[in-house]
Design a binder for this molecule. Structure first.
Ligand code: HEM
Length: 247
């Protein structure tokens, strides 16, 4: 009885450090090996390699533009999810739900503007990131495939921006999407079908709104999340970030 009570007391005493040890695993061996094992054993840390080239750490090389794009995407996902609690994708209610958000919901205006400005900033950051990749010649072998993934990410960013534009259902949104989808009709051979498919009909109405909504909140963000994962995985497989050959 004494023994059992003693070991129970011991277990309770060591509970916090046992829990910590099972969540944050540390390795055995030399300090270097320990650090490596800690990185391998942690979901968040293992995104980074254990060792990186010094050039990769130079802030002036990447200007952090890829990560800025990622963080803006995360801000958009979080603020977009919150916006979904208030927004109603119906031609009769969409505009009013945006106005409610601005004038009735606490911090609604902040939420809406956060989403709007992060969206503009993401287009800007992704475009600048692409310029940086081009300027440093990082599209060359073995990174050509990642460049192609990047082009798809740019397309997705622009499509997200375009589909989101219709949702407030104000005059600006209506006419911008009317012009945008009319432009799609000029694509050779498939133009008219493409416009019909985008709008779910021949004019910008309820069918178009629901199509743009589903594309904006499910389809495009899902593709974006998958491709961002592939993009980061490719960076690792291509031997980390590009660097001067002489280094
Ligand atoms: C959602 C959009 C994007 C995100 C979140 C993203 C994220 C990143 C991140 C975090 C890096 C690591 C280096 C850095 O921060 O610059 C990177 C590298 C890279 N990105 Fe992107 N990227 C995006 C779009 C693009 C686009 C549009 C292109 C080009 C068309 C591109 C091509 C590349 C290439 C080739 C690399 C490797 C660069 C090197 O080795 O120096 N990415 N990306």
């Amino acid at each position: 009885m004494n023994n059992a009570a003693g070991s129970l007391k011991e277990s309770i005493k060591h509970l916090p450090e046992n829990i910590k040890g099972s969540v944050i695993r540390r390795g055995e061996g030399s300090p270097d090996q320990k650090r490596a094992a800690t990185v391998f054993g942690n979901l968040f840390l293992h995104v980074h390699p254990v060792r990186v080239h010094a050039n990769t750490l130079r802030a002036g090389y990447t200007l952090g533009l890829g990560l800025i794009s990622l963080y803006l995407f995360l801000i958009l996902v979080i603020s977009g999810t919150l916006l979904m609690f208030y927004y109603i994708p119906s031609t009769e209610m969409a505009y009013n739900s945006m106005k409610d958000l601005e004038f009735v919901v606490s911090f609604g205006l902040v939420l809406r503007n956060m989403h709007r400005w992060a969206a503009h900033a993401m287009v800007f950051a992704v475009a600048l990131h692409m310029c940086r990749v081009f300027y440093t010649g990082s599209y060359k072998a073995p990174r050509e495939f990642n460049w192609v993934i990047g082009v798809c990410l740019l397309m997705l960013t622009l499509l997200l921006s375009f589909t989101g534009y219709l949702l407030p259902w104000d005059q600006l949104a209506f006419w911008a999407v009317t012009v945008g989808t009319n432009m799609a009709a000029y694509v050779p051979w498939i133009g008219d079908d493409l416009r019909f498919m985008l709008l779910g009909g021949s004019e910008v109405g309820q069918m178009a709104l629901i199509r743009f909504y589903v594309l904006h909140i499910v389809v495009l963000p899902l593709f974006m999340a998958i491709l961002v994962g592939v993009h980061f995985w490719r960076i690792r497989k291509d031997g980390g970030l590009s660097r001067p050959l002489t280094d």
